[in-house]
Ligand binder design. Structure first.
Ligand code: NAP
Length: 242
């Protein structure tokens, strides 16, 4: 079977690094984006000049019909998805008492709902083929509490629960489900913390630096190819939290 990867939220940041590495390792990749069409198209063009097979599709992972339409486009162009990386995610720093209903629902719908929607959209062909791999991107805040990130942390905890449950359910069907939990990684997402906070945080890092998207991507590749590993959470945080 062809190796076809869907990496959600891959127009930039960690997702872009994952899609790039997988494309160079022989997967035909679909770059998914929400708003940044130019970035997604530029990444596809770059990968094609490097001899890779790539396409991009706009879809909001929180919206099931949009996800289903994306998966149909991938199946028409590349074939069934054999590797799904649920990477799309959003964060917002807010004190708990200030979180409104809209924020609560949106963060859970994108971060957790996105994993649910995309996994369901690709699972039937995987079940038929008795083969497939799903990798969810959680966070260190999926196993530790995070002040002023209660919603984000809740969604990331739930992603680990979903990972373990799907791993148990699908192992007899030859499908592996694992999770990568990054620490603080240099992307647009952490810029909201502000330079002052980032400088303090950097000093708290055992390696005195944040991780790179490429370092997270290497862990995803490892799990994508580690045939006897399922139901696991691989932390990539430079030793920040033990
Ligand atoms: P980022 O730089 O903010 O990029 C987010 C990506 O997700 C973009 O490609 C964005 O698309 C896409 N996206 C956002 N909402 C979407 C939606 N509803 N549907 C489809 N795509 C959507 O984020 P990042 O730092 O690379 O984070 C990637 C993942 O790693 C997230 O799940 C995040 O929670 C997790 N993580 C990050 C860190 C960190 O320190 N950076 C740490 C732990 C975990 P557009 O470009 O089109 O907007």
């Amino acid at each position: 079977m062809e190796k076809v990867a869907l990496v959600t939220g891959s127009s930039r940041g960690i997702g872009a690094a994952i899609a790039t590495l997988l494309a160079h390792e022989g997967w035909a990749v679909c770059i998914n984006y929400l708003e940044q069409r130019k970035k997604a198209e530029a990444l596809v063009a770059k990968l094609r000049t490097e001899g890779c097979v790539a396409m991009c599709v706009q879809a909001d992972v929180a919206d099931r019909s949009s996800v289903d339409a994306m998966v149909r486009q991938i199946e028409d162009a590349l074939g069934h998805v054999t590797l799904l990386v649920n990477n799309a995610g959003i964060a917002r720093q807010q004190q708990f008492q200030d979180v409104d209903q809209e924020t609560w629902h949106r963060i859970l719908s994108v971060n957790l709902g996105g994993c649910f929607n995309c996994s369901q959209a690709v699972i039937r062909p995987m079940l038929r083929e008795h083969s497939g791999c799903i990798i969810n991107i959680s966070s260190i805040w999926g196993s530790h509490g995070a002040s002023c990130e209660s919603v984000y942390s809740s969604s990331k905890h739930a992603i680990i629960g979903l990972t373990r449950s799907l791993a148990a359910e699908f192992a007899p069907s030859g499908i592996r489900v694992n999770c990568v939990a990054p620490g603080v990684i240099e992307t647009d997402m952490i810029q909201a913390l502000g330079e002052e906070t980032l400088a303090v945080l950097r000093k708290e890092m055992p390696f005195r630096r944040f991780g790179t998207p490429e370092e997270v991507a290497k862990s995803v590749l490892h799990l994508a190819t580690a045939e006897y590993i399922t139901g696991q959470v691989l932390t990539v945080d430079g030793g920040f939290l033990f």
